[in-house]
Write a protein that binds this ligand. Structure first.
Ligand code: ADP
Ligand code: ZN
Length: 294
């Protein structure tokens, strides 16, 4: 099978071809511009590639309700030109194949469940902590869709006792994304995240916020694996700090071996690494072929 994959990011698009083993055979990347022009580039890439299906994992928010008139649209993004844009319909006009369509983070969660850190498990939660904070949720073998899609980056958290930062979220100020995204870290400390030393208070604070979010995810969804990706998680010292915060927050209440005895194997980095986004889109394409999603 030749599966087409589109990782649509706010700054760049990655398109690729892969197979049902999750092997990427070809890829191309270009900056995200105006939508019509960007999709022309996507269509040109897939034109003679003869793919059997295409999976799209995209930045959002997006409409993923197949019964909605705006299914397949990017909805309320501030990104110029992309608000209320019929992304999926434009591609369907060009290619008569089954399409998978979901958020970039749901795609990443699915990719990790099919081929990566959560392989063989029927649930996982995938956080990306980068320019924003997004959460993909895979439960009982399915990606979670609801009213819209999970938006776990915008939950409210308690402030760290030494934190006077007001937060950066235009909607909520001090929600998780407002306090713990890459831009929030930079603004609070007036330093680029990558320039902040590993033993700086910034990372204890970061773990304090992420530890609350991850504990909430465990309590709400009971996932069998938690995967933490995105640019900020390149700071590997965050993993033990976040695990310790999670255990503190749960305080022995969740009686599962994964949390009590083997949390190092439970809260982990993505195992698909740089291919996580594209593999996620590949998994969406595969799933579309199998008829489980439209
Ligand atoms: P995007 O969210 O745009 O897909 P990334 O996941 O790479 O991209 O996230 C970019 C954000 O991550 C930036 O705000 C940047 O400051 C932060 N970041 C990237 N690398 C590091 C690093 N090594 N340490 C801390 N923060 C980083
Ligand atoms: Zn918010």
């Amino acid at each position: 099978m030749r599966i087409g994959a589109i990782e649509a990011g706010g700054t760049k698009f990655v398109c690729g071809i892969g197979n049902e083993q999750g092997i990427i055979e070809d890829r191309i990347s270009f900056p995200t511009g105006q939508p019509d022009r960007t999709l022309e580039q996507v269509i040109a890439y897939f034109e003679y590639k003869e793919v059997d299906n295409i999976g799209i994992g995209t930045f959002g928010p997006i409409d993923i309700d197949p019964s909605s008139p705006s299914y397949g649209y990017v909805t309320t993004t501030p990104k110029p030109g992309w608000a209320n844009y019929p992304f999926l319909a434009k591609l369907k006009q060009a290619f008569d194949v089954p399409f998978g369509w979901d958020t970039d983070v749901n795609a990443a969660a699915l990719g990790e469940a099919v081929w990566g850190a959560a392989k063989g498990l029927d649930s996982c939660v995938y956080y990306t902590i980068g320019t924003g904070i997004g959460v993909g949720v895979f439960v009982e073998g399915k990606l979670v869709h609801g009213l819209v899609h999970p938006e776990g980056g915008h939950i409210l958290t308690r402030h760290h006792p030494e934190d006077r930062f007001a937060g950066t979220c235009p909607y909520h100020g001090d929600c998780l994304e407002g306090m713990a995204s890459g831009p929030a870290i930079e603004k609070r400390w007036n330093l680029k995240g990558s320039d902040i030393p590993a033993d700086h208070l910034a990372w204890a604070m970061q773990a304090f916020y992420m530890g609350q979010a991850v504990a909430a995810a465990i309590l709400m969804l009971s996932p069998k694996k938690i995967i933490l990706g995105g640019g900020v998680m390149h700071q590997k010292q965050l993993f033990p700090l976040i695990r310790a915060e999670v255990r503190n927050n749960l305080n022995g209440y969740v009686s599962a071996k994964a949390v009590l005895d083997s949390i190092d194997d439970y809260i982990v980095p993505p195992s698909l690494g740089d291919n996580a986004g594209l593999c996620g889109a590949l998994a969406l394409g595969l799933q579309a072929m199998e008829g489980r999603i439209s």
